[in-house]
Design a protein around this ligand. Structure first.
Ligand code: ADP
Ligand code: MG
Length: 275
């Protein structure tokens, strides 16, 4: 996605991000620009801060007491760390999929309609007095919910496999199908960014390949950030890759360049298994 002058459009701009859990300094002066409709991979050894970094982007770290955070995270230019940002609203724009598939203990159908039922659907209404259009949220109809279910399941490449058993428990699905259901559920809130934390590490190679194909396809509509300890996975799916080491962002750039011609000695050591 390029703007009129041919540059990539920045979706998330992280500036001098620092994070402490109590006295432990976990993220150190991290600055990174994440681009719209690209896949950005975050790689690095276990404990280097990948998940913590990802959770900053939708303020999931707010849920961990004793977290101290400094810096800025601009989403479309707006600082999501500002006091007046409601994290629940933010998470409608920035959805998240976790390592272990975690569907609700409900039917496939109910997993998808859960959020739209709570948050409602948007409708453009004309004020008869001023003739101005405004967006209102209202309760979705049964037909609309059916459409949301079909659309999200199709988008997550799961529709054909489950269309005849939408009222069956989500737990009847295989691990890979459950993960695709979780991706479909995230789509039901119409996010712009989707964060994935090791989405394939609980899955077998065939289920992993399906999720990777889906990730690449999602790039058409979403900005994707994926944490993975699997370097080959980053190389297969990501436009850009960021290498973290002990809370520092060591190197960040186009995936091919980072893997084939890393600039930093630490990156090279990690990529060649000498770490
Ligand atoms: P990664 O995802 O790269 O494996 P994490 O982001 O999970 O790493 O963890 C980074 C560091 O922060 C680790 O040292 C970890 O022990 C610590 N950490 C993570 N979560 C918490 C927490 N809730 N409380 C205290 N320390 C934590
Ligand atoms: Mg992690």
């Amino acid at each position: 996605m390029k703007n009129t002058s041919g540059d990539q459009i920045s979706k998330i701009e992280v500036k001098d991000l620092n994070l402490w859990f109590d006295t432990k300094h976990v993220l150190k002066d991290v600055s990174i620009e994440i681009y719209e409709k690209e896949i950005t991979a975050i790689i690095g050894p276990s404990g280097c801060g990948k998940s913590t970094f990802l959770r900053c982007l939708n303020r999931m770290n707010d849920l961990i007491p004793s977290t101290k955070i400094e810096g800025e995270i601009l989403l479309d230019g707006k600082n999501v760390l500002a006091n007046d940002i409601d994290p629940v609203d933010l998470r409608k724009d920035v959805g998240m999929v976790f390592q272990k598939p975690n569907p609700f203990p409900k039917s496939i159908y109910e997993n998808i309609v859960f959020a739209p039922k709570i948050h409602g659907v948007e409708e453009v209404k004309k004020d008869p007095r001023t003739n101005k259009e405004k967006i209102v949220r209202r309760k979705p109809t049964k037909d609309e919910l059916d459409q949301i279910v079909e659309k999200c399941l199709r988008r997550a490449a799961l529709w054909d496999e489950v269309k005849d058993r939408l009222n069956k428990s989500a737990y009847d699905l295989s691990g890979g199908q459950q993960q695709r259901l979780c991706i479909a559920r995230t789509m039901s809130i119409e996010p712009e960014v989707i964060l994935f934390d090791e989405p394939c590490s609980a899955l077998d190679p065939i289920a992993t390949a399906k999720i990777e194909d889906l990730l690449v396809d999602l790039r058409k509509d979403y900005t994707v950030v994926i944490v993975t300890h699997n370097m080959q996975q980053a190389a297969r799916v990501a436009d850009r890759t960021a290498f973290f080491y002990m809370g520092d962002l060591v190197e960040y750039g186009p995936t091919k360049k980072l893997f084939e011609k890393p600039e930093k000695e630490l990156t090279e050591q990690y990529l060649t298994g000498r770490m």
